[in-house]
Design a protein around this ligand. Sequence first.
Ligand code: SF4
Length: 372
Amino acid sequence: MSDISSQKIRQNILSSRSLRLCGELIKMDKQQSPEYAKMSQATAISLGLVRGRMYRGAVNRCVNLLVHYPDGCSANCAYCGLAKKRPGTYHDKSFIHVPWPVFPMGQIISAINNTPSYVKRTCISMITNGKCRQATLEMSRRLKDETALPISILIAPTILHENDLAEMKESGADKIGVAVDLATPELFDKYRGKGVSGPHKWEKYWEIMETALDIFGHPNVGAHLMVGMGETEEQMVSIMNRLWQMGVVSHLFSFFAEEDSRLAANPQPPWPAYLRIQLARYIIEEELVRNQDMSFDKAGRIIDFGLASDLLGSIISFGKAFMTGGCLGPDGQVACNRPFGNCLPDVNQWNYPYPPNEEELDLIRQNIFNVE
Ligand code: SF4
């Protein structure tokens, strides 16, 4: 074969490859909500859409969906895998360390209708994208009409309009989540607002929680809080107490750096500190103490929980305080248990997605009062 004809063949192969790639990209661009949604990898495993098994037989009890647009989220939260300025496209950006494959809503709905009985709720997570409002309502209506699971919406307060929360209730949602994430207004502004040229405002998040409480009532409004963002334990306890007094339940997360994000080099919070915050949340929400009953050292670390030591010991041994907190299912147990969303699978977990066993409880007891 002459050099000229082999060159032509190569060119033809290359251009047909580019055409195929272009075709794939156009197809991916057309995949958007409300007809499509992203789904967490753990959910895809639970629903049988992806093959896999989790450490210690963990199961994901919630169908975690993410509203999907090719142009993604317009915000830039410093710790988030979906932040606009994090390298990558919205299609391939990981979120909470795992891929979120895209599925058609029809396929998601039929998988939900054949789901194992341990799956107790569906959650739609919004992103900060103006198109998201209408799509979320349509997805919620479809899920209400075509499935039997209750529905939560993790809202994007910055883009919401006055009647959106009422419309969300009418569309079928019975619980609302608000990702406040930061424990103080200064940290919020630094990592979600002006500090990252982001659009979010602390005051707006608190206003929306008040409105959500008016519409959905206690205990149907939850706030996400992330430990390990530079706050003290005292500040985190104070915000959890404030939220509980107004009727909002705290759902705790631990910072766990996303590769290539602004905070990629930052460490997870120390495990003992996270355990103490989990225990504090539990006893505040069980109404055994308020933040003012607790004592802190100069660095703001909890040194006294304000409870008798034998009672505290029994609560620790019960283990529930250290399990993932999130929206409940109809059985009264946490449905949104987010297995290994905060850390790698191991005996020490920054949120146990199952009741901790004796080995894990021993480790918790050995570590929880360690303030090194
Ligand atoms: S608004 Fe939500 S999805 Fe968007 S960057 Fe911030 S935390 Fe991530």
